[in-house]
Design a protein around this ligand. Sequence first.
Ligand code: UTP
Length: 288
Amino acid sequence: MQKVRKAVFPAAGLGTRFLPATKVIPKEMLTLVDKPLIQYGVEEAVNSGIENVIIVTGRGKQALEDHFDISFELAQTLAERGKDSILKELNKIHNLAQVSYIRQKQALGLGHAVLVAHDLVGDEPFAVVLPDDVVDAQEPCLKQMIEVYEKYQAPVIAVTEINGPEISRFGVIAHEKIDEYTYRITDMVEKPPYAEAPSNMAIIGRYILTPDLFPILAETGKGTGGEIQLTDGMKKLLASRPFYACKFKGKRHDAGDKLGFLIATIEFALKRKEFAEDLKNYLKNLSI
Ligand code: UTP
C-alpha cells in the first residue's frame, strides 16, 4: 500500500468573504492569535506524517512563500539581541516540511486548484487541506483520516455534523454507518437546499484522495457557482470505487468567514496559558 506522503494546500482563492482584509493580505496569512492559518494546517499535516507540502498559490500570495522561507535579516537580528526562544520558533517554520509551490493562474475553483497540483503529486495518494478550515483536535484530523485510508485503502473525506439550514453552505454526504466515526459514502451533493440535504453530515476541508481523481477532474466542467467543484469530481469517482467519511474527533473552525474567525481567535487565545486568565476575566466583565 502506498503511504500518504504529500498534502496539497489550495491557497489561490480570492477570499472575497473576508474583504477588505484580503485585498492585499492572502486569506491564508490571517493570524489566529500569532500564527497564520496556513501554518496551523501545515503543522497538522506534518504531525500526521506528511513529508511534502504543495501549496497552490496565485497572484498576490507571495507572503505564503516568504513565510516558509528563511528570513536571514530577522534571524540575525534576533540572534544578536539574544532573543533565542523567538528565534527557535522562527527556525521551526522553515524546517517543518519540504514545501513546493505551483500557481493556479485563474481561480477556477477548488477542483481546478487540486488539478493544478497533479504533476507535483504524481501517481500516489495525497491529502488536500483547506487552510481556512482550522481543526482543533487532540489527534490531528488528517492523522485520523489517514488511519481510515490505511484500513480501507480508499479515499476519505472529513465530515462534521451540521444541524439546521446552515447545512446548505456545505457539500453533504449520504452514507451507511460503519461505526461512530466511520461511514461509507453512498452519494454527495454540493450545497443542497436545506430540505434536500441527504444527511446532516457536512464535508469540511480535509480529504485523502487517490490519483485516479485527476483525469476525472480534467474532464469535470464548471458546476455550482461557475467553478470546477472538487465535490463534482469526487462524486464521479464514487461511481467506480468505495469512498469513506471520517467523522473526526475535534472541532472545525471556518476561519475564512469573519464570525468563524472571531470565534476561533477567542477559543485559541483561551487555550494559551499566557492569555487565558486575563482574556477570560475581560470577557466575563464585558457589559454588553
Ligand atoms: P473558499 O471558497 O473558502 O475560498 O475555498 P475563496 O474562494 O478564497 O474564498 P471566498 O469564498 O471568496 O471568501 C477554499 C480553499 O480553496 C482555495 C482557497 O484559497 C481556499 O483555501 N481555492 C479556491 C483555490 O485555491 N482556488 C480556487 O479557484 C478556489
